[in-house]
Design a protein around this ligand. Structure first.
Ligand code: SF4
Length: 395
């Protein structure tokens, strides 16, 4: 196995939530104490079985979910200790834990997480307005959201990310700007500003289908996006991915790895992995996940080997979501930009910049990243006399 093709980033899916939010399609089950020990043993067993796909030093570990902050700091510490026993960690390893504002989101809890080895928190605030939190079906209120951010900073977390959502039914622009301002003034070093989207199979999608809920149209959504860009960049944040902003030096390294297609190992039910040009994913079923591992088997549901045109498609779709864009050489090797690609860049002059050997989307470009990606991929493949192939990213 070639060293370069193995993972140096680890994602851990924690599949528990106190209650399911109506818009969410991440895999989680309602929290039951009895499941935690089973889950932890299965997770550690999966790590043991998949060690050969990891190549240290580990640069990032990300606890996502679900609601990882439902696990105790001891449980998080146990997982991190096991990882450290098995693998070398980079000296500046980024260890993120997603956390929901709730009763346990207090300074003591956060201090214990710091001691366990977590050094970055991503807090699922979503809104600092009670009414909007209700519309989202969240179980926390605005005061708990504010308290969670304050207590995290008070406990000594220097790297705190805040998730916020726009495009909530009847959300006012003034409410959205206030949410962003509060995240900035409370000391967030990173802000994820997500559009509320309708995922198939969720309660929200049924409500929308039945006409019970109406989401804002694309022009209004674009307005929310552009006002966030304006406010946050004026406050010193870099808009480095469609939905992500950071103060200098605080980009999320783990997520950057996804967008740059560096290898990662995903552990836990529904977790995805990527290495050796192959994507694989675990069963989205906690019971099945635990029982397979109990009998010494891998919990893999399936995998997909990427062809070269799928690889190109992925690289462009992911690259154009980020300010770093795509390397021109990876689309069309050679000293000159081929005519078809030049024509796209010319047509989308307000959306794309050519700079330092890369095609980078502007803020307007990131807003239409999928459309741009499709145009560039078609142009690149036509240059090479090939046709696009479907991949998880084709629109
Ligand atoms: S949005 Fe977060 S808290 Fe809500 S159900 Fe999904 S993973 Fe759980």
């Amino acid at each position: 196995m070639k060293g370069m093709s193995r993972a140096a980033a680890i994602y851990i899916h924690v599949p528990f939530c106190l209650r399911k939010c109506p818009y969410c399609d991440f895999y989680s089950v309602v929290w039951k104490n009895g499941w935690v020990e089973l889950y932890l043993s299965a997770l550690l067993a999966e790590l043991d079985l998949r060690l050969d796909s990891v190549d240290g030093p580990i640069s990032s570990v990300y606890f996502g979910g679900g609601t990882p902050s439902l696990l105790s700091p001891e449980a998080i510490g146990r997982i991190l200790t096991r990882l450290r026993q098995l693998l070398p960690f980079a000296s500046e390893v980024e260890v993120t834990l997603e956390c929901n504002p709730s009763a346990n989101a207090r300074a003591d809890f956060f201090r214990a997480l710091l001691q366990a080895g977590v050094n970055r928190l991503s807090i699922g605030v979503q809104s600092f307005q009670d009414l909007n939190l209700k519309k989202l079906g969240r179980i926390h209120d605005a005061s708990e959201a504010l308290r969670a951010v304050r207590e995290a900073r008070r406990a000594g977390f220097e790297n705190v990310s805040v998730d916020l959502i726009y495009g909530i039914p009847n959300q006012r622009m003034s409410e959205w700007l206030r949410d962003l301002q509060l995240a900035v003034s409370e000391g967030a070093t990173h802000i994820s500003a997500y559009e509320l989207t309708v995922e198939p199979g969720t309660a929200l999608s049924k409500w929308v289908e039945k006409g019970l809920v109406r989401l804002p149209g694309p022009d209004r959504v674009a307005e929310f996006y552009l006002r966030a860009h304006e406010l946050l960049t004026e406050s010193g944040f870099e808009h480095y991915e469609v939905s992500n902003y950071s103060l200098p030096g605080f980009r999320c390294r783990h997520n950057e790895g996804y967008w740059r297609r560096t290898p990662y190992l995903g552990l836990g039910p529904s977790a995805h992995s990527f290495f050796r040009n192959c994507r694989s994913w675990n069963w989205r079923d906690l019971r099945k996940y635990c029982s397979l591992l109990e009998s010494g088997r891998l919990p893999l549901e399936s995998k997909e080997e990427l062809s070269s045109s799928q690889e190109l498609t992925e690289r462009v779709f992911l690259g154009l979501r980020t300010r770093d864009g795509v390397e021109i050489d990876s689309l069309a090797p050679g000293p000159e930009l081929p005519a078809r690609l030049r024509a796209v860049a010319e047509e989308y002059r307000e959306h794309l910049e050519l700079d330092d050997g890369r095609i980078r989307p502007t803020a307007l470009g990131m807003l239409v990243a999928e459309e741009l990606a499709l145009r560039l991929i078609r142009a690149a493949l036509e240059e090479n006399g090939a046709r696009p192939e479907p991949s998880g990213f084709s629109a």
